[in-house]
Design a binder for this molecule. Structure first.
Ligand SMILES: C[S@@+](CC[C@H](N)C(=O)[O-])C[C@H]1O[C@@H](n2cnc3c(N)ncnc32)[C@H](O)[C@@H]1O
Length: 210
């Protein structure tokens, strides 16, 4: 399987949406980050310079050849993102996908994100006939099947007649077991109980000190 040749953009600067997500206060730059469909590595370079251990995946050996010669070390993996990704479950603290779209891709990416880890996704814009392969409204959220909390999302309708497809930019965090327990207890995001009142016979003992 060979990749369609992707023209190297003159401007190799990262996407502004990605830059804004990477600056978010909850995201600390450590651990493994996957730049999936990395192209010529503009985001891989950014991830490496921030302190992530970057892994770059692409179908094109040409792209990977350029990406691996970047200033920050990156592990390059030739892969087909239309199939199951060749990584273990929960391997990455961050998965970044920019300007690559495929049905079921986000569900495949979700599997390799650690609980508490992040997903940054930006579809392409939908110029010309490109809109036809963009996700339908709500499709992206469905693929993530409630496993993620959305931090930031921008969608724009594209295509003729009511814009049946969506240009999507999404920054989301995979729920951790603690998030699930908080929801169960009706706790606020900072972990403080909303109420101390005794509500029934059940007792839930949280892990931790004491
Ligand atoms: C438009 S480029 C985006 C590159 C990069 N994410 C960026 O924002 O600069 C799309 C990339 O997807 C890669 N690609 C296309 N089909 C793929 C597949 N099935 N699996 C993995 N990568 C693929 C192409 O080789 C190309 O590098």
């Amino acid at each position: 399987m060979t990749a369609k040749k992707h023209k190297r953009p003159a401007d190799g600067s990262p996407s502004p949406f990605v830059m804004a997500c990477l600056a978010h206060k909850s995201l600390t730059a450590s651990g493994l980050a996957l730049d999936l469909a990395c192209g010529y590595g503009r985001h891989t370079r950014k991830l490496g310079s921030m302190g992530f251990s970057a892994v770059s995946g692409d179908l094109s050996m040409d792209c990977l050849g350029v990406t691996r010669r970047g200033p920050a070390p990156a592990f390059c993996v030739c892969l087909d993102a239309r199939a199951e990704l060749p990584f273990t479950d929960r391997a990455f603290r961050l998965v970044l996908i920019v300007h690559y779209v495929d049905k079921g891709l986000l569900a495949r990416a979700a599997r390799v994100i650690a609980p508490g880890g992040f997903l940054i996704y930006e579809s392409y814009g939908g110029q010309g006939e490109n809109w036809r392969s963009l996700p339908a409204h709500g499709e992206v959220e469905n693929e993530l099947s409630g496993e993620f909390s959305v931090i930031r999302k921008c969608t724009r309708s594209v295509g003729p007649k009511d814009g049946p497809r969506a240009n999507v930019k999404l920054f989301a965090r995979k729920n951790s077991p603690q998030t699930a327990v908080n929801a169960l207890l009706g706790r606020a995001g900072d972990g403080m109980p909303l109420s101390h009142s005794y509500a029934g016979p059940h007792q839930i003992i949280l892990p931790g000190k004491g």
